[in-house]
Each structure stands twice: as C-alpha cells, then as structure tokens.
Design a binder for this molecule. Structure first.
Ligand SMILES: *[C@@H]1O[C@H](CO)[C@@H](O)[C@H](O)[C@H]1NC(C)=O
Length: 312
C-alpha cells in the first residue's frame, strides 16, 4: 500500500540554470570550484578556532558555528545542482524536494539567529567591555547556539507543515534550480493565495525584521564606539564592517526571494546563487583577511606546521 502511494507522489521539474550544453558545463565548473572553496574555507575556520587556544572567545566560537552553517546551507543545494548540471537531469523526487526545502530553512533559520548572537556579542564587547567575560561566558555561548538550532527547527517545521500535504496535480515545473516554499506552493492545485502569504510572512517578514534590527544595532554600536575613544574606533570599525557586510550579503537575497511580489527567473537565480554560493565563500574570506587575531592564528599555525616538518 505504501509503495503504491509512494509511486503516486509527484516528481518536480527543476528548471536548469542553463539551456545549452556549453553554459551548463560552465555553470557546473563554476559551482564546483566555489563549492570546493566553501568546503575548505569554512572547515579551515572551524579547524583553526578549535586548535588555537587564543581564539577560544565567544566571537570566534560563534564564527566557527556560522561557518559550519554556511557550509550546511550551501550543501542543501549546490552538490545536487552540480550533479544536475553535469548529468542534464532536471527531475527531483517529491521526497528530495521536501527534504531540500526543509533543510534550507533549518540552516537559514540557524544562520539568522547566529548573526543576531554575533551582533549581541559585539554589543557587549564594545558597549560593556568591563562585564564582557561575565556576560558572555561559555554557558551563555552554548545557550545562544542551542537557541539558534531550536528556532531554526521551529521555523522550518512551521513552514513545512503547510506544504507537505498540499495536493499536486501538475504542472510540476518549480521554475528554479532548487526547491523552495514559495515556488512549490504555487504548483499546488488549489487556491494558494493565503498560503503564499503565510510563507512570505514567515520567511520574508522574519528576514526583513532581522535585517533592520541588525543594521540598527550595528549603527548603534558604531555610534557608541565613537563616543568612547578614538583609538578603538578603527579596530571596532574593521570588525563591525565585516559583520555588516555579511549581514547585507545574506539578507538582501533572502528578502528578495521571499518578499518581492514579482519574481523573475533570472533575478531569482542570481539571488539564490548569492545566498548559496557567494555568501558562504565570502564569510571565511571576510573574517580571516580582515581580522587581526585570525591572521595571527594563521601565522602561528603555519609556523607550527613548518617547525614540525623540520623534525621529519
Ligand atoms: C559552536 O558553539 C558551541 C557552543 O558554544 C561550541 O561548544 C562549539 O565548539 C561551537 N562549534 C564549533 C565548530 O566551534
């Protein structure tokens, strides 16, 4: 009985990124190259934060968590897209499509809360420096990370429950190179207007509010740095501008994908590529190149590697 039901489930068609064989191979290589960069860059951050005791501070522990989530977020779509591009396959099973949507929103939700946690950490470090170690203790850090996962799961489950039992009867073309709620809901054979609104409200409204909240907090932190001292200003500015860049890069595509009422295929693809490919590769770059502690840690690590080689 289960088998009959399973075979009756629809299969969705993913619109390829490219029509011609040449552009397909081009995108395939482009994605592969970036995915390798995402893999190594983010795992390198996790590795260096774990091995270097100078980086055992909330800011870097949260950053390592963010790197893992970045890797997770792009892993929800990019490996599949790469294999689709090289094989020319455009069909995705119902289960894979649902799984992909679910994990995109788990990872996206966790990432959002982690970005808020990182802003909170910078707020305490800059505006309440004397109480920093007391407020941002290891226990608080663990609570923030657990809260990020719980909120991410609640967000994903709450969206998922709306979609999983929708009736589908064709057409099955998702109109994008991956499955996501707004595009899949449109394919249900019923009046989906209200559902689309719920999803836009859930994903879009949350990302819009979080974005404005974060930008306002960073402006507030910068303003209070200026009042305190001028020597810390440049250092704080470097750190904060890295955070702001990451926030803008992550949220602008989110807001566009969920709130913008007139989606067009090419802009959709562009913003999805920014969120799944560019942001995860830029995060490690921005944080390692622009952060002095990170650069020092890399230098320490390379010195250790070099000196251990001499004994071999
Ligand atoms: C993520 O955060 C938790 C809680 O603070 C920490 O124990 C863990 O080591 C972090 N993960 C990484 C990869 O650093």
């Amino acid at each position: 009985m289960d088998q009959v039901n399973a075979s009756a489930l629809p299969e969705f068609v993913l619109l390829g990124l490219a029509q011609s064989f040449g552009t397909q191979i081009f995108f395939g290589l482009f994605f592969s190259l970036f995915y390798v960069g995402i893999l190594f860059g983010n795992l390198f951050i996790v590795f260096i934060v774990i091995v270097d005791s100078h980086l055992h501070f909330p800011m870097y522990i949260l950053l390592a968590n963010l790197s893992l989530i970045d890797l997770g977020l792009s892993s929800t779509t990019i490996p599949r897209t790469i294999s689709d591009l090289f094989t020319g396959c455009k069909v995705i099973s119902f289960h894979s499509c649902m799984t992909q949507m679910f994990f995109i929103h788990v990872m996206g939700g966790v990432e959002m809360v982690l970005l808020i946690a990182m802003a909170y950490d910078r707020y305490i470090a800059i505006c309440k420096p004397l109480h920093y170690l007391m407020i941002m203790n290891p226990k608080k850090c663990i609570i923030l990370v657990i809260a990020a996962w719980v909120i991410g799961m609640i967000h994903a489950v709450s969206q998922f429950l709306f979609v999983v039992n929708l009736p589908f009867c064709g057409p099955y073309n998702v109109g994008s190179f991956y499955c996501d709620f707004p595009r899949v809901i449109k394919l249900a054979c019923m009046d989906t207007y209200k559902l689309e609104f719920v999803v836009s409200a859930n994903s879009g409204f949350i990302s819009m509010c979080t974005f404005f909240f974060l930008i306002t907090s960073y402006i507030f932190i910068l303003a209070s740095v200026r009042q305190h001292s001028s020597t810390d200003l440049s250092k704080a500015f470097v750190t904060l501008s890295a955070h702001i860049t990451v926030v803008v890069l992550f949220f602008i595509p989110c807001m566009f994908l969920y709130v913008w009422p007139f989606p067009t295929k090419s802009l959709d693809n562009f913003f999805a590529i920014v969120d799944f490919v560019l942001t995860p590769v830029l995060n490690p770059t921005i944080y390692t190149l622009r952060n002095k502690d990170m650069r020092l840690a890399i230098r320490r690590l390379s010195r250790q590697v070099l000196s251990s080689r001499e004994f071999i």
